[in-house]
Each structure stands twice: as structure tokens, then as C-alpha cells.
Design a protein around this ligand. Structure first.
Ligand SMILES: Cc1ncc(COP(=O)(O)O)c(C=O)c1O
Length: 362
């Protein structure tokens, strides 16, 4: 089976982990600090704070920005669950905006309609590796004096008009889950310029500790380990190469998947897409439904996935939020999208085989 996602781990990562294990320093130490410095520089941000997941990155960024009870945060309806749940974990209420059906990213018009006095932040997700429309979204936030947060969990190395994700908003939140464009096993990072905010995040992820055993606020243990950071440092060195290969595979699909009923992903002007996922849409003109095509490909040894079958405004846990039902593009995408293998280990033969199988569907 050609897997839809697979981490690329080499000898460098194995040796880095062994080095940390032998050092006896397994929790927070020099590896985390080094990874933070290198990742901040890579993203063009002044600071970076390592955490133990992308979910923790979102939660910590929101909490440090003072998001809490009585506040609304606008998030896209079409994204991974954590974008919305992090808002709830702070005691605030997520408000789900619709997305652009071609780029899958936040619709600026939908955000505009939902902004109100209660809105205290907007989270833009760079979904599947393509930056969202940062400039107009930031402008809307700046007019109201509220933060614009990047959920860059799927967009390591993606660029918006030449500037990297993670350096485009008040804070950028990354995930290093194994299938992401780079991994640390599990892990995450918040990137940002504001030193005071960075300090608040550092406290929040370490039990609200200001100095050893002196706690001036409540917090969690969201700390990254040195083991994870040592993997992350090696992966960061390889990230541009990984992304180059993802883009090559995607370009091949763009030209070889031309068939009625299959829509390949659109890239908006000024965006450098890093294809965390290569997501096609299966329309009514295709002989099989999306789910039938997924099964057909599975039978032929091609792994696929649906990102995401249930949009956030349809999630049972969010059903208490009245008025969050009008996201027709998100609803339509949930029934049409299918992710194909695009990770750096997909070979030239495999990508050709995948296209052939789809072209030959009777
Ligand atoms: C868009 C988005 N946000 C947040 C997260 C959460 O990251 P993690 O799984 O590392 O907690 C993910 C992970 O899949 C994601 O894809």
C-alpha cells in the first residue's frame, strides 16, 4: 500500500536522539533552546517557544493573548478540530467562518460578516500547506485592534508573497506531528515577535512559573522535550528539500490528473504552497463518488484520506454554538475532498501509477 502520509526519518535523527539519551538531559535543555532559535530564524520571527503539540501551541498563544470567557474567536469551519477546540479550552467561543471552495482557506467576506464587538481574535489556517489571505485578514484585525493568529500546523516553509508562514501574524502556531512537513515525533512551536507575549507563553506552558517554584498564574505542562527538539533540528535542515519534493509530486499530479470530474488544487497568486496534503475534489461528473473512489484506490494499493469529513460547525461538541450553521462551501468540500499521497517518499513510479489508476477508472 502506498501510504497517504509517512515521516522521512534518517540516520541523522537516530543519531541525534541517541546523543540526547546518552546526555542524561531528556526534558528541557539545550536542544529545545537551539531548535527554538533556529525555527524562529527560519520563519523570520524574533522568538519561538517549543511546546508538546500544535494544539498546545494554539492554546498557549490564545491564553497568553488574554482570550477567555465572553470572547469570540473567528476560525474557519473547514480545518482540523484543534483550531476550534483550542478556543473552547480558553473558555471562549469559536465562530465558524466559511471558506473559499477553490483554495479551501478562510473566506475574507465570511470573516467580515462575522466580525463584531465580541470578536477578540481571528485564526487563519494555512490549510494543506497553502497560506490563507493574510493581508486582508490582518487589515480587518488591525482596524479593530485584535490579534491575527496563524494556524501554520500544515505550512512549515510555505510563503505568502515571499514571507514565510509563522512570520505573518501576531503569533504562528505549528505542529510537528509525524505526518507533517517536518516532525519531532509529537511537538509544536509558537513563533512571534513580541517579547512580552513570548514570556507569557513560556510561563503558561510551564505551570505559570515565573521563577523556580514561584507561580504567578495558572498554566499547564506543555513543554517540548530535548528528545523531540533533537529530531526537530535535524528535520528543519531537511525541510526545504522535503518541500521541494512535495511540490514536484504535486506538479506531476496537476498535469497528469486532468480528467472530467476531478478538480486539482488551486494556488492563489503570491502563494508558495508546500502541499502538506494534495487534495482533489471529486465532482458529480466523475463515474465514482468520492467514497467509491477512495475504496477503489485502496483496492489498488493506494492509500487516501478525507481531510475533513465533518466540518467544525457540524461537530457534535460544538452544537451548542447557535448561529454556526451557514458554511455551505465547507459542507460541500467535506463531501468532495480526497487527499492523495504527496509526501517526499512517493517515488516517480508511484505517482505515475496513482495517476494511471485514476485515469483508468471505468
Ligand atoms: C490545522 C491544524 N491545526 C492544529 C493541529 C494540531 O496539532 P497537533 O496534532 O500537533 O496537536 C493540526 C494537526 O493535525 C492541524 O492540522
Amino acid at each position: 500500500m502506498i501510504p497517504v502520509g509517512r515521516p522521512s526519518i534518517g540516520r541523522e535523527e537516530e543519531e541525534a536522539v541517541t546523543r540526547v539519551l546518552r546526555s542524561g538531559m531528556l526534558a528541557q535543555g539545550p536542544e529545545v533552546a537551539g531548535f527554538e532559535d533556529q525555527f524562529a530564524r527560519y520563519c523570520g520571527a524574533r522568538h519561538a517557544v517549543g511546546v508538546n503539540s500544535g494544539t498546545a501551541a494554539l492554546h498557549a498563544a490564545l491564553a497568553a493573548l488574554g482570550i477567555g470567557a465572553g470572547h469570540e474567536v473567528i476560525v474557519p469551519a473547514f480545518t482540523f478540530f484543534a483550531t476550534g477546540s483550542a478556543v473552547c479550552m480558553c473558555g471562549a467561543r469559536p465562530v465558524f467562518a466559511d471558506v473559499d471552495p477553490d483554495t479551501f482557506n478562510l473566506s475574507v467576506g465570511s470573516v467580515q460578516e462575522l466580525l463584531s464587538q465580541r470578536t477578540h481574535a481571528v485564526i487563519g489556517v494555512h490549510l494543506f500547506g497553502q497560506p490563507c489571505e493574510v493581508r486582508p485578514l490582518r487589515e480587518l484585525c488591525e482596524e479593530r485592534g485584535i490579534p491575527f493568529i496563524e494556524d501554520a500546523a500544515q505550512a512549515h516553509g510555505a510563503e505568502y508573497h515571499g514571507k514565510r508562514a509563522g512570520g505573518l501574524g501576531t503569533a504562528g502556531c505549528f505542529s510537528f506531528y509525524p505526518t507533517k512537513n517536518m516532525t519531532s515525533g509529537e511537538g509544536g512551536m509558537v513563533t512571534l515577535d513580541d517579547e512580552v507575549l513570548a514570556k507569557r507563553i513560556r510561563m503558561f506552558i510551564n505551570h505559570g512559573q515565573e521563577e523556580k517554584y514561584l507561580h504567578t498564574c495558572l498554566g499547564y505542562n506543555f513543554r517540548m522535550t530535548d528528545i523531540a527538539a533533537s529530531i526537530g533540528k535535524e528535520q528543519l535542515k531537511k525541510l526545504d528539500g522535503f518541500n521541494r519534493r512535495r511540490r514536484e509530486v504535486a506538479r506531476y499530479y496537476d498535469t497528469h490528473l486532468r480528467r472530467e470530474g476531478i478538480l486539482t488544487p488551486s494556488v492563489a497568486p503570491g502563494m508558495t504552497h508546500v502541499y502538506h496534503q494534495y487534495v482533489i475534489r471529486v465532482t458529480g461528473d466523475f463515474p465514482l463518488s468520492r467514497d467509491e473512489l477512495a475504496r477503489y484506490l485502496g483496492d489498488k494499493g493506494v492509500g487516501t484520506a478525507v481531510h475533513y469529513p465533518v466540518p467544525l460547525h457540524r461537530q457534535p461538541v460544538f452544537s451548542g454554538f447557535a448561529g454556526n450553521t451557514g458554511c455551505p462551501a465547507a459542507d460541500e468540500l467535506a463531501g468532495a475532498v480526497l487527499s492523495l499521497p504527496v509526501h517526499p517518499q512517493v517515488t516517480d513510479e508511484e505517482r505515475a501509477y496513482i495517476c494511471r489508476v485514476i485515469q483508468e477508472v471505468p
